[in-house]
Design a protein around this ligand. Structure first.
Ligand code: FEO
Length: 392
């Protein structure tokens, strides 16, 4: 339970959630951390807290640096309970401390915890001097809640952006280079795809602000602290925010008796014939939150379902509902499936893909019972044509 120094007088004092495997619809096989940061100056500030059940862990880390009773300010960058959940317990220990937050942050805290606390409301561009260091605040509404803001310490070139740039990783390592770009980028992409993706426009605005700040460290509220890969991170984030994709295809499907699977494989062959890399995901074995990482970087997403009870399969419906909420844009879509007599499965898939304004260059593929050899050849040809379009 040791704190970790980021800079002289600035410490990570968060909590590590080794056992977390599910985060409101998002599977987190690597667990996560909730990062809180202690700044010790003439005044002492704690930026963000941890989920309620890790309060003791955070308090122990703080106590290894200072007597928690001496904390002057608690900055709440974001009200969601994985970061504000320990505020009530903490304020029992430090009732004299002031909570620094946005107007919406205050409203959110009041609705969540129904307590009377002493607040300092800050707006974008305002700052609070701690002594030799300054806390500057920038509102980042809808990245990813209305209350979201980031804290910046100019003297240290340190950005504390809360959820932005986060990753769900539980680890003893605290810095990006200790774990390596591949793992940290993979989890940052998954985090973006499952949490931040709907708010691309707002992320772009926030990135414009970040671009103007001298930064040599970005310490988010989940996962690893960025110090070595900031340049790479700031190259991929605008791409994700702008819905810029790779010339790749993703096939997502579920199947009752294997016919929809055969169509999926024929499409994959056709796409490969055209020279397009294809990822194929079976909804009985891949979780939708894993698949969202593929959606993030794929130009085309082909979705297949058998018809069951006059509709699509529940797994496909669940995936499409989840994906629709995350609002990926600028993709090419194709619906496909097999059916016995109604044929509504592929039709419903196509309706969803149209409703999210994806480009649908070819009509759905809907084959009765079991596709024959000629039908599969035609499907493969369709896949090849689509592949050529992806490469344009
Ligand atoms: Fe990590 Fe929006 O909470």
């Amino acid at each position: 339970m040791q704190p970790v120094a980021l800079k002289p007088g600035i410490y990570w004092v968060g909590g590590i959630d080794w056992n977390l495997r599910y985060f409101h619809g998002y599977q987190t096989p690597r667990g996560t951390s909730y990062n809180a940061y202690l700044i010790v100056d003439e005044k002492i500030a704690l930026v963000d807290t941890v989920k309620h059940y890790l309060f003791d862990e955070m308090l122990e880390r703080i106590s290894a640096v200072v007597d928690p009773a001496h904390i002057d300010y608690v900055v709440v960058n974001h009200v969601e309970m994985d970061h504000s959940g320990s505020v009530p317990n903490l304020m029992e220990v430090i009732p004299q401390a002031k909570i620094i937050t946005s107007t919406k942050g205050k409203k959110g805290l009041e609705r969540h915890y129904k307590r009377e606390w002493d607040y300092v409301i800050v707006n974008s561009g305002e700052d609070i001097k701690l002594g030799s260091r300054t806390l500057k605040f920038v509102q980042t509404p809808m990245v990813h809640w209305p209350d979201s803001m980031v804290t910046y310490i100019p003297e240290e070139m340190l950005l504390l952006p809360n959820d932005a740039f986060g990753q769900h990783i539980a680890s003893t390592e605290r810095f990006d280079d200790e774990l390596g770009w591949d793992i940290v980028k993979e989890e940052a992409a998954k985090y973006y795809a499952n949490i931040v993706l709907p708010y691309g426009k707002q992320v772009m605005k926030a990135l414009e602000v970040v671009d103007q700040l001298p930064i040599d460290m970005i310490a988010p509220s989940h996962g690893l602290i960025w110090r070595s890969y900031i340049k790479k991170l700031l190259q991929v984030y605008p791409k994700w925010a702008g819905n810029e994709t790779e010339r790749k295809a993703l096939i997502v499907y579920d199947t009752m008796w294997g016919s929809t699977k055969e169509i999926a494989l024929a499409l994959a062959n056709g796409l490969e014939d055209a020279g397009v890399p294809v990822t194929t995901r079976f909804l009985q074995t891949s979780h939708m939150s894993e698949i969202m990482s593929d959606v993030l970087e794929s130009r085309a997403v082909l979705v297949g379902s058998s018809t069951l009870n006059n509709g699509m399969l529940p797994t496909v419906s669940g995936f499409l509902t989840y994906m629709k909420g995350l609002r990926p844009q600028k993709r090419i879509g194709l619906a496909f499936g097999s059916y016995g007599w109604g044929g509504q499965g592929a039709r419903e898939v196509e309706e969803v893909l149209k409703s999210i304004q994806w480009e649908i260059p070819t009509d759905k593929i809907n084959i009765q019972y079991i596709p024959d050899k000629d039908e599969l050849l035609a499907v493969r040809e369709k896949g090849k044509k689509l592949g050529k379009l992806i490469l344009e």
